[in-house]
Design a protein around this ligand. Structure first.
Ligand SMILES: C[S@@+](CC[C@H](N)C(=O)[O-])C[C@H]1O[C@@H](n2cnc3c(N)ncnc32)[C@H](O)[C@@H]1O
Length: 238
């Protein structure tokens, strides 16, 4: 079940050219397991931003945090093109982007325990009940995330939809592999430790409240024995 509807959108000429010109520097389209040290040319802590939108917040984070490497996954090509232009302007060496479905990226390409932080900022809310199964925050995706985050790694979620915020809280609190860094059952007190995103700005303009959650994967989380990483210690019956 996909968490997105494929929409081609309109690539501006600049974005189309950026996709061609900057792809060799920043683009990633893995076929097998991703070798992150080779991709970034160093060993460093790694952050995955799932659904980065136009990428401006992602570029701001990567620029302000040169000690860590950032990998962005976004299925919307105009967003990828815009992000590449911003990455070039900021002369970033610690950012790579992929147009792959982030769920496939996690399942098929990222090695076990390879991520220090995963960001899911303002994911598509899928408000209708019959569409809730498309929400990216759900137990099956947490199983993948638990397999790809290192012990002690952080999952940061944000939304401006109160019902999705309650869903996120309920889903994560029910998962014994994750600990709420703000205290059980609590959202992070503002300001959140991240830049404002485009969708957040849009939500705030509409008067929406913004909810952030940060969870740490237990360090004692059993190491996975499954080479695909999918077992991820996720043996609590889902
Ligand atoms: C509501 S937008 C938020 C964008 C950005 N994070 C922000 O806050 O401005 C959600 C984005 O997630 C992307 N998306 C949804 N599911 C995805 C997936 N499985 N893999 C990669 N991108 C995805 C969509 O294309 C969309 O651009």
């Amino acid at each position: 079940m996909r968490s997105f509807v494929r929409r081609e959108g309109r690539l501006t000429r600049g974005q189309a050219r950026a996709l061609e010109r900057l792809w060799p520097a920043y683009g990633v389209a893995p076929e097998g397991a991703l070798e992150l040290d080779a991709l970034f040319g160093r060993r460093a802590p790694r952050v995955l931003d799932i659904g980065f939108g136009d990428g401006e917040a992602l570029v701001e984070m990567a620029a302000g945090d040169p000690q860590r490497d950032y990998l962005g996954a976004e299925v919307y090509r105009p967003g990828v093109g815009h992000c590449l232009l911003c990455a070039e302007a900021a002369q970033l060496a610690n950012l790579r982007v992929t147009p792959l479905d982030a769920v496939a990226l996690l399942r098929e390409h990222l090695p076990p325990a390879s991520l220090d932080e995963v960001l899911i900022l303002f994911p598509d809310p899928w408000p209708k009940k019959r569409h809730h199964k498309r929400r990216i925050v759900q137990p099956a995706v947490l199983d993948l995330l638990a397999g790809r985050l290192r012990g002690g790694g952080v999952l940061h979620l944000a939304t401006d939809r109160a019902d999705y915020a309650a869903w996120m809280l309920e889903t994560l609190e029910a998962d014994p592999r994750f600990t709420n860094l703000a205290g059980a059952g609590r959202f992070l007190p503002p300001p959140a430790p991240r830049p404002e995103t485009k969708f957040e700005r849009r939500g705030r303009e509409l008067g929406h409240e913004v909810f952030d959650l940060r969870y740490a994967l237990h360090s004692t989380h059993p190491p996975t024995t499954d080479p695909s990483g999918e077992s991820g210690g996720g043996s609590h019956g889902r």
